[in-house]
Design a protein around this ligand. Sequence first.
Ligand SMILES: [Mg+2]
Ligand SMILES: [Zn+2]
Length: 182
Amino acid sequence: MTAAVFLDRDGTVVREVSYLSRLEDLEVLPGAAAALKALGDAGFQRILVTNQSGVARGFFDLAFVERVHRELRARLRQAGADLEGWYVCPHHPDWTGPCDCRKPATGLVDRAVAERGLDPARSWVVGDKRADVDLARNAGCRAGLVRTGYGRETELELAGRGALPDVVADDLAGVVEEILGP
Ligand SMILES: [Mg+2]
Ligand SMILES: [Zn+2]
């Protein structure tokens, strides 16, 4: 069974812009492409898992989200990196009722694990929010927190509760360095 790194998108791989709704606002964070390349070289599947409640709220549709992800993958490929897949929760409880896939629920990871034969115990979730850290625990993965996006606020909150994740680093490159070890 293969190990994966489940990657949050906004604030982790691309700049957090609060409901990315224009392709012009898509910006891969510095060092992210090289970090994703390193994960791939080490044999990890690189899977985006992203809450996109902007769909439920009517800010954009799933076709637009798909377009963003194809563009993101194209840019990563230009840098020698890639994504093996992406899984999207388009819901929000206030608009579309409860679902089993909005992080920190495990629906997106469960689907990826079932479709791709992944091993959660050897896999990681990396993100900038409490929902990402909690997803890791709920899914039986290890957790990495980046300080990009909302990461610094999340670090303070989790430190205050004595609940810091396995790895905390300034950005995706830093977390990946820890995941891959010496
Ligand atoms: Mg995020
Ligand atoms: Zn959902």
